[in-house]
Ligand binder design. Structure first.
Ligand code: UDP
Length: 236
């Protein structure tokens, strides 16, 4: 499988066409951004960690019956995936209060939530990914009711899989963001990535942050945190 032309360059990945119209190749970069692109930097080796960790996690998720876009890992940074039309929703799950939720709700970071929260943002950088609900998504045609139901069911299952997976590596899954796409037949499948860029992961004993908050908040040891997650998951 060969890269033909670059179709798109995002904040953390480039996407290339291939000779198969239903397959694209994603190439993970070390570039890091935060606060809607206001803060920029490099996290050396991040592309490798995020590519390999995403693929490993997607295989686990697939084995539990949730379809994903993964086809084949091609190299440390490159993966062949099914071409999808991305559903313009950032699907966020929260198990413990943190980040924008803590700010919005006035709840201290680290407070256990009584049940997981599933929320949607409209994926639009110019608008700063505004918080929306099901009715917004339906009324604006982002997804049908059936698609929303599928996305919610898959997301709840993914949360259970990921919580257990990270816990056996001594990490607590605080919250995460995923995205879904529609394949050429219109089927909803998990797309994008699951990595320390998109998950908050805290050490289960010390609550040390092992994710992109180290970059967002200038906590130092950013590369070390990504490598630590990689090592704990047995991927290094
Ligand atoms: N997240 C993400 N991309 C975004 C926004 C959020 O991957 O554009 C992830 C983030 O890493 C965290 C979760 O979604 O694990 C919840 O993020 P939150 O809404 O608290 O926003 P933040 O505080 O990151 O701005």
């Amino acid at each position: 499988m060969k890269k033909l032309e670059q179709l798109y360059e995002g904040k953390a990945k480039k996407v290339f066409s291939t000779d198969d119209p239903d397959v694209v190749i994603v190439d993970y970069k070390d570039d890091a951004t935060a606060f809607n692109g206001e803060k920029k930097g490099t996290i050396v080796g991040k592309g490798v960690v995020n590519n390999r960790m995403t693929n490993h996690v997607f295989k686990l998720i697939e084995a539990e019956g949730v379809p994903t876009h993964l086809i084949e890992e091609l190299s440390d940074r490159e993966t062949a995936v099914k071409k999808v039309q991305i559903v313009p929703l950032e699907v966020i799950v929260r198990n413990v209060a943190a980040g924008s939720f803590s700010k919005r709700m006035g709840v201290e970071e680290g407070r256990e939530l009584l049940c997981p929260i599933l929320e949607f943002s409209y994926k639009d950088d110019a608008l700063g990914d505004p918080f929306i609900n099901d009715d917004y998504a339906l009324a604006l045609g982002f997804a049908t009711q059936e698609e929303i139901d599928t996305i919610k069911n898959y997301t709840k299952k993914i949360n259970e899989i990921l919580k257990a997976y990270f816990l056996q590596a001594d990490m607590k899954l605080i919250d995460f963001k995923i995205e879904f796409g529609k394949d050429s037949s219109g089927k909803i499948i998990l797309a994008d990535e699951v990595s320390p860029d998109t998950c908050r992961l805290w050490d289960v004993h010390t609550n040390e942050k092992l994710d992109k908050d180290r970059f967002r908040r200038d906590l130092g040891n950013v590369e070390e945190a990504y490598n630590e997650v990689f090592k704990r998951l047995g991927l290094a």
